[in-house]
Structures are given as C-alpha cells and as structure tokens.
Write a protein that binds this ligand. Structure first.
Ligand SMILES: NC(=O)C1=CN([C@@H]2O[C@H](COP(=O)(O)OP(=O)(O)OC[C@H]3O[C@@H](n4cnc5c(N)ncnc54)[C@H](OP(=O)(O)O)[C@@H]3O)[C@@H](O)[C@H]2O)C=CC1
Ligand SMILES: O=C(O)[C@H](O)CS(=O)(=O)O
Length: 491
C-alpha cells in the first residue's frame, strides 16, 4: 500500500527539496501533481507539479527567447556561471545525495558519488566553454578567405532516465550551456527531485532566466512529442532505452532535429586464462553490481575461459555473498532496492528462463526476505547463448557466466548483439589486449578495469546503443553547428 502522507527528508537546506517546475526563471506550482515515492520504503516523499504539453511549449518559448543573449556571453562569462554551479553542487552534495537516495533508492554513499560525478561534467565544461575554436582555411582562390565558425545549436530538449537522475542531466546540460545553448529538461517521472534541486542551485549560480528550464511531468509521451515536434527546439538529447530512442528518432524526423542518443547496452565481460583472476573478480563486481545492475554499461554477459572458469565462479560467488541488501540510508548497505516491480519481474524472468534452459543458480536467485523490490544479487553458471540473458539487457543484479574455449569464438559471441555501448575484458597478454580491443564492437572498452565512466573520456555507443558522445573534449561538438564563411574580392 503506497503512502499518502509526505515523509519529510532530513536536509541541511530544505529549500533544495523543490516540487515546483522551473520555467523562465520562475518556480511554477500546478494544481495537478504526481507523487514521488521512496522505492525502498514506499514512503511518499513529494507531490510534484505535473506539467502539460502546453506548459512544455511555454518552456520552449522561454528557452528560445533567452538563447540570443546567452549565446552573446563570452565563453569565459558562461564558464564563470558553470564554475559557480559546480561549487554549489559540491557544497550541497550531502543534501543532493539524500534527495537522490530517497527518490531512486541507491545507497547514500553511491548517490553522493553520483553527485560528484555529475558535478565533474559541470566543472569540465566550465573549462571547455573557453575553448570553442573555429578554423581559418587557406583560400582556394587568391581573392578568397575562408573561416569556419562554431555556433551554439540553440534550444536543446533533454529527456533522461531514473537510474542516474543527477549525472545524466549534468552530462547534457553542462556542454549545452557551456557553448551557449539553452535547455529544457524533462526528468523521469520516478525521479524528478534531483533535477529540480539542480535547478535551485543553477538559479543561485546565476544561470539567467530561460537558459535552464526543468519541466517535471507524468506525461512522458506527450512531453516527448512536443519537444520533438516543436520547431524552436534545435536538438534532442536522450538517455534511456533503445526502444524509446527509436520513438524519439522517428518523431524528430519531421523537423530533421539533431539528436544525441545514449541508449541500451548488453555489455560482454571477457576473462581470459592469462588474466589476474582476483582483479577480474573485482572488476566484475563493479561492472555488474554497481547501481544494483541498473546502468547501461553494466556487464550483462560474463564469458570466462574454460581453464579459469571454476576459480572465477567460486571467487565471484564469495564476493557476491558479501553484498549487503537494504535501505540506502542504512549504514554499510551496498545494494538498495530495484526501482520498481517491473524491474523485479524482468530479473525473475531472465533467471527463470536461464534455469529452465539448463543454468544453475550458485548465489541468490530470488527476492530478498526484506520484501518490496529488494532482490538478492545473483550468479548463474552453465549459461548458454540460447538464454534470454544472452540477448536482452537484464538491468538488474544478475551475473550470467558463460564458458568459452578460444579467443576468436568469444569475440564473435561478444559481438553477437544489436548493442555496442561498453565491453570489458581481462588479459595480461599485450598482443591479445590489442587484438581483442580492436575487434570488439562497442563505443567503449574497459581493459583490466570494470569502471570506465569519467568526464574526461567520450561516453557513448555504436550500433543500436546510440549516437554521439558525452563528456571529454569531444562533448561540445554535439551542441554546436559549423558555419563556413567564404569571403571574396579580397585583394
Ligand atoms: N546509454 C545510456 O547511457 C543509458 C541507457 N539506459 C537504458 O534505459 C533503460 C532503463 O532506463 P528507463 O528509464 O527504463 O528507460 P526508458 O527509455 O523507458 O525511459 C527513459 C526516459 O524516457 C522517458 N520516456 C519513456 N517513454 C517515452 C516516450 N514515448 N517519449 C518520450 N520520453 C519517454 C521516460 O519517462 P518516464 O520514465 O517518466 O516514463 C524516461 O524519462 C535501459 O535499457 C538502459 O540500458 C539508461 C541509462 C543510461
Ligand atoms: O547507465 C547510465 O545511465 C550511465 O551512463 C551510467 S555511468 O556509467 O555514466 O555512471
């Protein structure tokens, strides 16, 4: 039974728990609201203003009206505002983490880590804001002079998922604002509070009215259609499932809108017999169980070479058994609840399918006795390519172990997916490292590490895992248009 009485969060600054929308520098309260619940307890933590398609159009108008002035600021001036925003995010990291754990469920320490990770993109693009360079190209005729300008693309519409409710917005809004774009953010219905808290701090940092707009809503499809169809929106940036990415791509075709898509994954994790097995187990624990397996770059398929399979399986089982499940606010908890019942159902379906087709549960495998959406971190052995876990993204704490014999076979199996976001492998043979890294079909490869996400590197996928890259020195490109000037009669 879901609560109807709001449970107050323990914050140093209560004003960070904002339930109104932020449009054109104004906090807007609507009679229509939608509830936000703590997935660990079912507690009602807020009733949030529920914006409509008409409200979205108004937010787009505000962003459009603000874009010329914001683009006229120097990169250094925009950098100053972003730097202040970064400082405020770090100063308020504890409260932001509390809000994030309350609405998404991840353990508080992991939530605080996400806040710092998200803030790192704002810091990074505060620096990049000063380095948006064009080009001077030697003329093709004696009287011609050629210049290439880089200009902000304009109004950006953003749609983000529940699993990283701070960092996924930060990874988009930071480069957009850095280069002079304006931004309309629609966070997931399950986790709007982190985005609204970011807007509170953005306003304090001096982001001008209309530059940043946050439109919480329960109408994901309607808001998405408006963002895609409205001709004042120059670009859509989306993080979420490939299924929804395809819907948005189709909806953007009418206006040929630029898009950045960070979509689903099905990461293979390969362990060769020359690997450091203890290191590979540590890497698998991070790549598989970070965020309770609810990340797009989670190891979804773990392939272990036959000679080290039993050792790896035994050591992984021991580590998984040491994970502690519970409310993210409790001390020492490593594993919170899954986000909702649908997520639990998908995990149970993948496990049942694997067992029915011959896999063995060597750890976990069932719901936790804590009830709700708590689920025991799971290890399966004897997994084969006939099972759903080989083709579908589980998005939960299940480690399916496949056994393989030789390198060529495992690379072919790893690449046998419509996804291509992240891959991982452990080997200490330098020639093999280069062979396998070059052969894997993914946008990112972790070699002897299970954690690759950082603001300094280009994050993104190939195949049906998306378009474009976020973070790194490449991260501004997706928010810029290139303009070629050809000057004649110069003599
Ligand atoms: N590549 C990456 O970086 C990431 C990929 N993902 C992928 O996303 C999936 C899990 O996240 P999940 O949130 O369930 O993904 P979804 O794609 O269901 O949702 C992502 C966002 O899209 C919104 N949305 C849903 N339907 C529509 C629609 N028709 N039009 C416009 N917006 C819509 C959702 O709103 P609402 O929830 O309010 O309905 C949410 O805000 C997994 O496949 C995971 O791999 C997740 C995070 C990162
Ligand atoms: O899964 C996601 O939403 C993020 O991309 C995960 S991370 O690797 O960037 O933290």
């Amino acid at each position: 039974m879901l609560d109807t009485q709001v449970t107050k969060l323990s914050l140093k600054d209560d004003s960070l728990l904002e339930t109104r929308a932020y449009v054109n520098g104004v906090w807007i309260e609507k009679d229509a609201t939608f509830p936000v619940y703590n997935p660990a307890t079912g507690d009602l933590i807020a009733n949030v203003s529920d914006l409509s398609v008409e409200d979205t159009s108004a937010a787009i108008d505000a962003a459009y009206a603000a874009k010329a002035d914001w683009a006229s600021w120097t990169g250094k001036e925009r950098a100053g505002v972003l730097r202040k925003w970064f400082d405020l995010m770090v100063e308020n990291a504890d409260d932001l983490a509390t809000i994030l754990t309350a609405e998404m469920g991840k353990p508080w320490a992991e939530a605080r880590g996400e806040i710092i990770y998200g803030a790192s993109f704002i810091e990074w693009f505060a620096e990049e804001a000063k380095r948006v360079y064009g080009d001077v190209i030697p003329g093709h005729q004696r009287d011609k002079r050629i210049v290439v300008l880089k200009q902000p693309i304009g109004v950006v519409g953003s749609i983000t998922p529940w699993n990283f409710p701070n960092a996924m917005i930060a990874r988009k809004v930071a480069p957009a604002l850095a280069v002079g774009c304006t931004f309309v953010a629609r966070p997931a219905e399950l986790t709007p509070l982190s985005a609204l808290a970011m807007a509170v701090l953005g306003e304090r940092a001096g982001i001008p009215a209309g530059v940043l707009n946050v439109i919480p809503s329960s109408d994901s499809a309607g808001i998405g259609q408006e963002l895609c169809a409205n001709e004042k929106v120059a670009k859509i940036t989306f993080t979420g499932s490939t299924r929804v990415g395809k819907i948005l791509m189709s909806q953007c075709s009418d206006t040929i809108k630029k898009m950045s898509l960070e979509l689903g994954g099905n990461a293979p994790f390969l362990v060769f017999d020359d690997a450091d097995i203890d290191a590979a187990v540590e890497g698998a624990m991070i790549a598989k169980y970070r965020n309770n397996g609810q990340t797009c770059v989670c190891a979804n398929r773990i392939y272990v070479q036959a000679g080290v399979y039993d050792e790896f399986a035994a050591k992984l089982k021991a580590k998984v058994a040491s994970l502690s499940i519970g409310d993210g606010f409790a001390d020492g908890i490593t594993t919170g609840p899954l986000i909702n019942e649908a997520a639990v159902a998908k995990v149970e379906d993948h496990i049942a399918d694997a067992v029915e087709k011959g896999a063995t549960i060597v750890e976990g495998g069932t719901r936790s006795n804590l009830g709700g959406t708590f689920f025991q971190p799971t290890v399966l052995t004897g997994v084969t390519r006939k099972m759903k876990v080989a083709k579908e993204e589980t998005f939960g704490p299940v480690a399916p172990l496949f056994k393989f014999e030789d390198e060529a076979d495992v690379v072919a199996m790893a690449n046998d997916s419509e996804f291509g976001l992240a891959s991982y492998f452990y080997s200490r043979d330098l020639s093999r490292v280069w062979r396998v890294a070059e052969a894997l079909e993914s946008g990112m490869v972790g070699i002897n590490t299970g954690l690759i996400s950082t603001e300094v590197a280009p994050f993104g996928g190939i195949k049906q895992s998306g378009l474009g890259r976020e973070g790194s020195k490449y991260g501004t490109e997706d928010f810029l248009e290139m303009k070629y000037l050809c000057m004649g009669e110069i003599n």
